[in-house]
Write a protein that binds this ligand. Structure first.
Ligand code: ADP
Ligand code: ZN
Length: 763
């Protein structure tokens, strides 16, 4: 296979391979193959006794005195990765200290990285589907009076949007096939084989044409279109201000030029199906929707249609940034503040930042949009790196809803004072205050809809023994297990470990296990008991495991089949339902006390975004926020819809000690299976870096730590970390790469070091 290269033969290329190494490789191109090979072309090469698919980066000088192996095959007729994408990959690799080969691989659909010429496969799944509408709690009692197991199955299905694969359902419900057969006989459900789950983004009917832009929108659109190639805009438009229409009109204008293309990033496709519908409504088959529900084959199809120029607009989450389009004229990042834009595995890139880099390489306009821009983007406009555009009013004459705060300390004290002697006080009041109950009731009477937000899934936060105080924790993670009621189990939200619910305390044996803290399942039960006639739907990770569960639940809300939609942060984003006239935040405080410098920013964003779901139609709306810390600045400013006020106060908190956006931050995490070895390795890595910094005189670099991570064990791995801070981004790139590549980490105890630059979470 390997041959010596005669020094007169210049036909060598640099190839990036999908291996965790910070270098590229040189291969020889045999005379039988066409020359030159364009950068971005996939090639098959021998590597460590196997054939690997790599990306050709261009011609390379053969290193002297080394044996060089030959390329086995050139796979693509045309490069799989256009030049601007290779530039983007180089930037990602450099900025986030990631191996270039792994970065390039993450840009391609899986099918193209596993086989030279992939063949998509199709298979069918057997699914169970509800045939009837949501019954109220009252009807339900009658329907399942003597069929408990059927009820479990029914409610599991309902919670998953009405449809689920039969195997998964039986496991969840722990029931025999007979239960489902009986339900089919009663015509409660049907069982069908589907070739592949229905893609909600294909052939959606009833999409209304977009309205004409208002004067304010037209002004913003004109400003964007007047931007020089590569210019960046931050569109700060309040919730309901009609940002989507701005995006659509900008796309329309840019795409008027033949062969121009565009990329639209949205945080999570399943949660933004309404927005995606609007793009499809405006541009039809020109849009390729890239979402996580696609099979490898479907993803390949979408990728190829973009590569061939059959579709000109890529809409999708993070990875749509890598759409193989050429001649990109505009890149839009909707909800640019969203943490889900950060990739949590190597390469740990932030899609917003990488999108900006790609746009620059393409000479494309960049539009970042949000009602609650990230502090990073806001700071950019202050420094003149981006132009700020504002839509201060809601479209179509709608008003921002008034927000009323309910101080739960006062509610609890009143309930305690009013209870009859020797009676426990009404627990429901600590969850659903009288003003919130009254507000929900009035919506039910008027046939309007309510959203209830609680950002904690499960039934209770945890179990605790009242006799000894013990709390069952996950055997693999340092985190308490969450109590789930349907099906009943203790579940770890980090590693999905499950166990049955103990009757007695594992520590002291007392029969005094009590549920503490509040989860969405419990709110669902309490609301159901209070309003037995109401049609309630719950949306959280547990109810949306099915492929299209989100869309199905939201479609039901849109058709008016749901009176109360209850859920975690999933319901806070992007929803535009004019008949929602009430938003209730059950507990505003769930995220405020996390040990993370972004806790306030996240809480402000969440409260502002969910408040923005109310009052989008002519009926107006109200927001009720229940809290025990009404003075927290995140809560205070959210109540007044005061983004600018919040930003100014929060930026003040980021100066001392300094945090982004005033410094670049990297989180170096060491993990391993042995507690002591992990702590020692973290200390050793820290000392190694501190010495290096002293030796090189890098005074602008600050090291903080080392310390155990706030969650100091996940999936059986102990975790320690330390922080790197510097005001010089370039210095951070150099040091981060140096640490990732050179930091000595012992090879025992499965020790591993990762460098997470610009982390979105420090937990
Ligand atoms: P945002 O994304 O800024 O929160 P949306 O783009 O969802 O807001 O728009 C909110 C609502 O206003 C949508 O129902 C949209 O159809 C409507 N809308 C947008 N622009 C106009 C306009 N110029 N005239 C009337 N309605 C509009
Ligand atoms: Zn766990």
């Amino acid at each position: 296979m390997s041959r010596d290269v005669s020094s007169s033969d210049p036909r060598c290329v640099e190839v990036a391979l999908p291996v965790p190494l910070f270098r590229t490789f040189t291969y020889r191109v045999p005379p039988t193959m066409a020359w030159p090979i364009e950068p971005g072309t996939r090639v098959v090469v021998p590597f460590r006794n196997r054939a690997e698919i790599g990306i050709c980066l261009g011609p390379s000088e053969p290193p002297a005195g080394v044996t060089i192996k030959s390329i086995q095959a050139v796979v693509d007729d045309a490069p799989s990765l256009p030049q601007p994408l290779i530039e983007t990959a180089r930037w990602i690799a450099d900025w986030y200290a990631a191996p270039l080969g792994l970065t390039l691989r993450s840009m391609l659909p899986t099918a193209l990285t596993q086989a030279a010429t992939p063949r998509p496969t199709q298979k069918t799944t057997r699914v169970v589907r509800l045939t009837q509408d949501l019954p109220s709690l009252l009807q339900r009692e009658q329907l399942f009076a003597r069929a408990k197991q059927q009820r479990v199955v029914y409610e599991l299905l309902e919670a998953q949007g009405g449809e689920a694969p039969i195997e998964a359902l039986r496991t969840q419900a722990n029931c025999s096939a007979g239960v489902i057969t009986a339900m089919v006989k009663r015509e409660l459900v049907e069982v069908v084989d589907v070739a592949q789950a229905r893609d909600p983004f294909v052939n959606r009917e009833g999409v209304t044409p977009p309205p004409n832009p208002s004067a304010a929108q037209r002004e913003v659109i004109a400003a964007i279109l007047a931007g020089e190639p590569g210019h960046m805009f931050l569109l700060h438009g309040i919730t309901g201000s009609g940002k989507t229409l701005v995006y659509i009109e900008v796309l329309r204008a840019v795409l008027r030029e033949p062969k121009r293309t565009a990329i639209v990033l949205v945080p999570e496709i399943a949660l933004t199906s309404q927005t995606v519908d609007r793009f499809r409504g405006a541009f039809g088959d020109d849009v390729a929707v890239l979402h996580s529900g696609l099979s490898d084959g479907e993803r390949l199809d979408a990728w190829q249609s973009l590569r061939r120029g059959e579709r000109r607009i890529a809409v999708g989450a993070r990875s749509a940034l890598f759409a193989p389009l050429e001649n990109v004229g505009v890149v839009i990042v909707d909800e640019e503040h969203e943490g889900s834009y950060k990739q949590s595995e190597t390469p740990r890139y932030h899609a917003r930042e990488a999108a900006i880099v790609r746009a620059r390489a393409e000479g494309a306009l960049v539009v970042l949009g949000s009602a609650t821009p990230s502090l990073e983007s806001w700071e950019r406009t202050e420094r003149g790196q981006a132009t700020r555009l504002t839509l201060p009013d809601r479209a179509g004459g709608a008003q921002l809803p008034p927000v009323q705060v309910v101080d739960m300390r006062v509610v609890t004290k009143a309930a305690l004072a009013q209870r009859a002697p020797n009676m426990p006080y009404d627990e429901t009041l600590g969850v659903l205050s009288p003003p919130l109950l009254a507000a929900i009731e009035s919506r039910l009477e008027r046939g309007e809809q309510s959203l209830l937000l609680l950002n904690r899934r499960g039934y209770s936060a945890f179990l605790q023994c009242h006799a000894c105080g013990d709390v069952p924790v996950c055997p693999h993670c340092s985190i308490s297990l969450t109590y789930h009621r349907l099906p009943e189990a203790l579940i770890c939200h980090y590693c999905q470990h499950q166990e049955s619910v103990p009757r007695a305390c594992g520590q002291c044996g007392a029969d005094a296990m009590k549920r503490r803290g509040l989860g969405t399942q419990q709110v669902e039960r309490l609301v159901g008991e209070r309003f037995p006639e109401a049609r309630i739907a719950r949306m959280d990770v547990d109810t949306t495991s099915g492929k299209w569960a989100h869309t199905q639940i939201l479609d039901r809300v849109g058709r008016g089949e749901v009176d109360i939609l209850l859920g975690t942060q999933m319901i806070a984003k992007g929803l535009d339902f004019p008949n929602v006239t009430l938003v209730g935040v059950v507990d505003a405080d769930t995220g405020l006390n996390l040990p993370d410098f972004r806790a306030s920013e996240r809480t402000f964003q969440l409260l502002s975004q969910v408040a923005g779901r109310a009052g989008r139609g002519p009926k107006g709306g109200d927001v009720l926020v229940q809290t025990r810390i009404p003075d927290a600045h995140a809560v205070r400013h959210a109540l007044r819809h005061d983004y600018v006020g919040f930003v100014h106060e929060e930026l003040g908190h980021r100066r001392q000690p300094t945090y982004p956006p005033f410094v670049a931050l990297a989180n170096v995490v060491l993990s391993g299976t042995d507690q002591r070895a992990t702590a020692e390795a973290a200390q050793a890595a820290f000392d190694w870096l501190r010495q290096l910094i002293q030796k090189r005189g890098l005074r602008d670099l600050v090291l903080v730590g080392p310390a155990p991570c706030p969650i100091d064990r996940i999936k059986d791995r102990w975790r320690w970390h330390f922080l790197l801070k510097t005001a010089q981004p370039r210095l951070m790139s150099r040091v981060a790469r140096y640490v990732a590549e050179r930091c000595p980490v012992p090879t025992h105890s499965a020790l591993r070091l990762i460098v997470d630059r610009d982390p979105v979470s420090l937990l």
